[in-house]
Write a protein that binds this ligand. Structure first.
Ligand SMILES: NC(=O)c1ccc[n+]([C@@H]2O[C@H](COP(=O)([O-])OP(=O)(O)OC[C@H]3O[C@@H](n4cnc5c(N)ncnc54)[C@H](OP(=O)(O)O)[C@@H]3O)[C@@H](O)[C@H]2O)c1
Length: 285
């Protein structure tokens, strides 16, 4: 079985995003770890993180959580290209990618990544040196697959035909329904497809009266910060996400999407999201 087929077979349709408020030191470490343990118990096998989330703390938290679990069935993914320090520039040279991957493995306490994502690597950087560097990374056993994580429409279109990428991660969600077609084209080329921002930036969190915890304030500010940049409802067929279940069910209904990545700081929300995953799997049987 090829590495792509093996990892596809191990992916749950819902993945846990180890980023955002979950990763921040203001969110208690033991609660973050407890959510990962709960996710594993509930059947989530995919965990996505990166060195730039809370300057490496996201990877350290995921690593601490994984210590308690058998790693074999899990799909662990991290990123390279965007360094842990917000002030350092992006670097997609093969040496920087290898250095970043080794540092991620150290923080995670594991020996290889199932997928290493190039985070926002533009087409201008795709050259034979990078292609050789990524092959070398795989032959060293540091990563089994390499993918591109980008929200740039032209880069997504080009990456579908780029052999160095085994997987693509982009914003396939209710606000970007046109990206479902890109997902189908990528899947038809044999690539794994991951939906980032599957909850369409949780726009139902834009009401101040829903604030119950510090995390709600953080997400409320983020939701409002991205509001102007967001697609307008109705534009290109975009529909207003009414709830997490509405947004998530839409993504899970896209057969081309291997896995939808969602982050949460609440066990109750994790259980609701897993219920969506189970309902979708039952419906498609
Ligand atoms: N967003 C991006 O730009 C981006 C880029 C690259 C990769 N990714 C990947 O995608 C993952 C997810 O993106 P994200 O971290 O930006 O978070 P997200 O999943 O888009 O949004 C998290 C928000 O949704 C809320 N939520 C989750 N489940 C809910 C439920 N059942 N009911 C109500 N609210 C719910 C959370 O609140 P509670 O905490 O209260 O549940 C939080 O406010 C990342 O962790 C990362 O792995 C994202």
């Amino acid at each position: 079985m090829s590495d792509i087929d093996d990892i596809r077979a191990r992916c749950s349709r819902l993945g846990f995003g180890c980023a955002s408020y979950w990763a921040k030191t203001v969110f208690p470490r033991q609660r973050a770890i407890g959510l990962v343990h709960d996710a594993v118990e509930l059947g989530i096998t995919v965990f996505d993180t990166g060195p730039m989330y809370a300057a490496g703390e996201a990877e350290r938290r995921l690593g601490a959580a994984l210590g308690a679990h058998r790693r074999d069935p899990l799909v662990i993914m991290s990123k390279a290209g965007e360094p842990a320090s917000a002030h350092a520039p992006k670097d997609f040279s093969p040496a920087a990618i290898e250095h970043s991957a080794r540092a991620s493995l150290g923080r995670l306490g594991i020996e290889h990544l199932d997928v290493l994502w190039l985070h926002g690597c533009p087409r201008s950087e795709w050259n034979d040196g990078l292609r050789r560097g990524l092959e070398q990374l795989k032959s060293l056993g540091l990563a089994r697959l390499v993918g591109l994580n980008t929200f740039d429409a032209d880069d997504i279109a080009a990456a579908i035909d780029e052999p160095m990428f085994d997987a693509l991660m982009f914003d396939i969600n209710l606000l970007r329904p046109e990206n479902a077609m890109a997902a189908e084209r990528a899947a038809a080329r044999g690539k794994l497809v991951f939906s980032a921002a599957a909850l369409a930036r949780a726009p139902w969190n834009r009401h101040w009266w829903g604030i119950r915890a510090p995390s709600d304030v953080w997400y409320w500010l983020r939701a409002n910060a991205v509001r102007e940049k967001s697609v307008r409802v109705g534009e290109g067929g975009a529909a207003k996400p009414e709830s997490a279940a509405h947004a998530l069910t839409w993504v899970l209904d896209q057969a081309a999407v291997t896995c939808a990545l969602v982050n949460t700081t609440r066990h109750a929300h994790l259980r609701e999201n897993v219920a969506c995953m189970r309902a979708q799997v039952r419906g498609s049987d």
